[in-house]
Design a protein around this ligand. Structure first.
Ligand SMILES: Cc1ncc(COP(=O)(O)O)c(C=O)c1O
Length: 383
């Protein structure tokens, strides 16, 4: 390369590479929908739900319009509303707590574990006590499988059982991962996921799904998905949404699901290469015992005292993008700062918001490109 040329930019997530691998299969699948014109509730929607159920082992899959709707629909189905509290981590994408507030309930933010970034159980217990002290009725807990790694579902389940709460797993970033050999989608009362294009299993627009083994809940969710429809189409029996996944997105996802296991394997190999190349200069993500990850993000922590903006600028100058998930935890954001936090505060969430940074991660990151990223990180840190 001529030394005056700018280094070739690397994508953070390479959706185009996946598109090349899928070739005509997605085009053909979309063409079939364009041919039969059943854009709403076409046969691909049911076929996808069946394939997703087989993939993760859940009894029912209810596809829907987004990951946010997936969370909201479960809260609506369980009649979570004013006076109720729902415990959720603060260090997460805003939709986790947003769905609770949209349902009319109060999100109570709890802290996360310093090494896995997932919900901390001491803080969860304190958050439940905080909710009660405030006269709220704790009804549910939403653990998040952050950055692709499964939360500790046994521990969450034990606290929830002891306190009489139901568990709604937010697997928007973690679908495809497993916990103690069981795939996400099978823990708690229900699991929500997102098919936003950048997710490990993403469509070409917005989409989501809910997983549950509960027959009654599945039936209620199918009603909520279509404006609360009852058995008589014109007698709506509850409040609902326009919450359907459209047929074209279902057709895209059916094709992508066929290569998903292979992509998860590739993501894990890439995560291992990062850990080998960077483990002695930054804090690399750690998988907790029994947990696997689909590496929605590869998020490192910079050494104390590192200027994160300067570090990101150094990488950017070499064509390497980074992202910060999340510069502000939920309880630090304008719309959420008046909601309660667990007693003792959320020091870990706040520290993480100050020192995390995510590197390019996708299933098509080849070894030479990854070596370039590793070298750039080491150089930027003077290692
Ligand atoms: C943890 C988490 N929950 C919920 C969502 C919401 O998903 P969607 O964007 O499909 O509404 C996301 C999406 O980014 C997420 O990362």
């Amino acid at each position: 390369m001529n030394q005056h040329m700018r280094p070739e930019p690397i994508p953070l997530i390479d959706i185009a590479a996946q598109r090349r691998r899928l070739g005509k299969s997605v085009d053909d699948a979309v063409s079939r929908v364009l041919g039969h014109c059943q854009f709403i509730n076409g046969p691909e929607v049911t076929a996808l739900e069946t394939a997703l159920a087989e993939f993760c082992g859940a009894k029912h899959v209810v596809s829907c319009a987004s990951g946010t709707d997936a969370l909201l629909m479960v809260l609506m189905a369980k009649q979570v509303g004013p006076g109720d509290a729902v415990l959720c981590p603060s260090f997460t994408f805003c939709a986790t707590g947003e769905a609770v507030a949209l349902a009319g309930a109060v999100p109570v933010f709890v802290d996360v574990d310093e090494s896995t970034f997932n919900m901390d159980f001491g803080s969860l217990k304190r958050g439940i006590a905080t909710a009660r002290q405030r006269g709220l009725h704790p009804k549910a807990v939403i653990p998040v499988d952050l950055f692709g790694q499964s939360a500790d579902h046994d521990a969450v389940g034990a606290v929830a059982d002891a306190e009489g709460l139901f568990v709604l797993d937010d697997a928007a970033q973690g679908f495809g991962a497993s916990y103690k050999g069981r795939k996400l989608g099978t823990f708690g009362l229900a699991t929500a996921t997102s098919f936003f294009p950048a997710k490990p299993l993403g469509c070409f627009g917005d989409g989501g799904a809910i997983f549950t083994d509960d027959d009654e809940l599945a039936q209620t969710l199918r009603s909520i998905r279509v404006h609360g429809q009852g058995s008589d189409k014109y007698d709506n029996v509850r409040l609902g949404l326009t919450g359907r996944l459209d047929t074209i997105q279902a057709a895209v996802l059916i094709e992508k699901l066929k290569i998903f296991e292979d992509e998860i394997e590739a993501r894990n190999a890439i995560a291992e290469r990062y850990a080998r190349g960077l483990g002695n200069v930054v804090t690399v993500p750690r998988l907790a015992s029994g947990c696997t990850s689909v590496w929605a993000q590869y998020t490192i922590r910079l050494p104390e005292g590192t200027d994160r903006d300067a570090f990101a600028a150094d990488l950017k100058a070499q064509g390497i993008p980074t992202a910060i998930y999340y510069t502000k935890s939920m309880h630090q954001q304008t719309a959420y700062r008046d909601y309660p936090v667990a007693d003792g505060g959320l020091p870990v969430s706040e520290r993480l918001s100050d020192d995390v940074i995510s590197l390019p991660m996708h299933a098509y990151l080849d070894e030479p490109t990854q070596e370039r990223i590793i070298k750039a990180v080491r150089d930027a840190l003077g290692a």
